[in-house]
Write a protein that binds this ligand. Structure first.
Ligand code: NAP
Length: 266
């Protein structure tokens, strides 16, 4: 009997899978992409899974954080699922300063008072360039980029020599007809090249061999109280579309979850 099943599936009404006693009809679980994750039974489930792995592996693979070297990290989309975890992981891994950029005053407060970010910028109300100069006086060494566009152009312009962009996502560009990753404006690309700033494509699904150890690490940090998880819940599969739209326009703090049933056999 499984405690927790985790799968990378599309939006759908039901999944056919067998448990280890082959009690359910349908194709074998592995063919559906379902696998057993017993060690997660007592750990945090949805909010930490894919966003946690994306943040952790993205930082490990592309962030080049060296504990004790006084690095400053900036996170855009900082109050969302990936961003809220990325900033906390940046601190855990040794950044001395973590600054978040997000879209409301309440989200800024959440980052600084609950998640331990050193500062936060409301990009809808504040001048991001001015605030960054004030809040990152030693420049930016690691940029966890969830949004792209003007915000990222502004951050990149204040990045240090041989610093690193973790190209997690470019949500501000998804409705535009541009290639991925979207090219930077020429002046910003010139800065990037001149300062030797890395900006490599990153896709978490290319690192499946690191998922098991990643989930164990994240669960451990969570149990130790080092990692806090926030979820925004909406009820009912019929509200999936509304939840997606809300997430795309900033309605969520932390991971947007659609709750299909509160029944659980755990
Ligand atoms: N590389 C990978 O393998 C991988 C895996 C998962 C996700 N991602 C990417 O990671 C990013 C975050 O995904 P998530 O699932 O964690 O979503 P999320 O951050 O929980 O939700 C999206 C957030 O983006 C912000 N946003 C929306 N439009 C924006 C705009 N035009 N400019 C600035 N901010 C905007 C909104 O917050 P505000 O209120 O702050 O505006 C919104 O809450 C996305 O770009 C996604 O595609 C990449």
């Amino acid at each position: 009997m499984w405690d927790v099943a985790s799968a990378w599936l599309d939006e759908q009404c039901h999944v056919c899978a067998q448990d280890s006693n082959q009690r359910n009809t349908g194709p074998p679980a592995a063919e559906c992409g379902v696998r057993e994750l017993n060690h997660l039974a007592t750990g945090p489930a949805p909010g930490i899974g894919m966003p946690g792995l994306t943040s952790l592996i993205g930082i490990q693979e592309k962030g080049h954080i060296t504990a004790g070297s006084n690095q400053t990290m900036v996170v855009s989309g900082a109050a969302g699922a990936c961003g809220s975890l990325a900033g906390q992981i940046g601190h855990i891994m040794g950044c001395s300063r973590v600054v978040g950029i997000c879209g409301t005053h309440e989200k800024c407060l959440f980052l600084t008072s609950e998640l331990g970010f050193d500062a936060a910028i409301n990009y809808k109300k504040e001048n991001v360039a001015e605030q960054l100069r004030e809040l990152c006086p030693a420049g930016v060494d690691v940029y966890f980029d969830n949004v792209g566009g003007d915000i990222s152009d502004t951050v990149i312009s204040q990045m240090n020599q041989s610093s690193h962009i973790i190209l997690c996502g470019q949500i501000s560009q998804y409705n535009k007809d541009v290639p991925y990753p979207p090219p930077l404006p020429p002046a910003v690309e010139a800065i990037r090249k001149e300062r030797n700033i890395t900006r490599e494509r990153f896709l978490v699904l290319n690192y499946k061999d690191k998922f098991e150890s990643g989930i164990l690490q994240l669960s451990q940090w969570f149990k130790e109280g080092k990692l806090k998880i926030k979820e925004t819940m909406i009820n009912g599969l019929e509200n999936m579309g509304a939840a997606f739209q809300s997430m795309m326009t900033g309605g969520n703090t932390g991971k947007q979850i659609v709750c299909i049933s509160e029944e659980t056999s755990l």
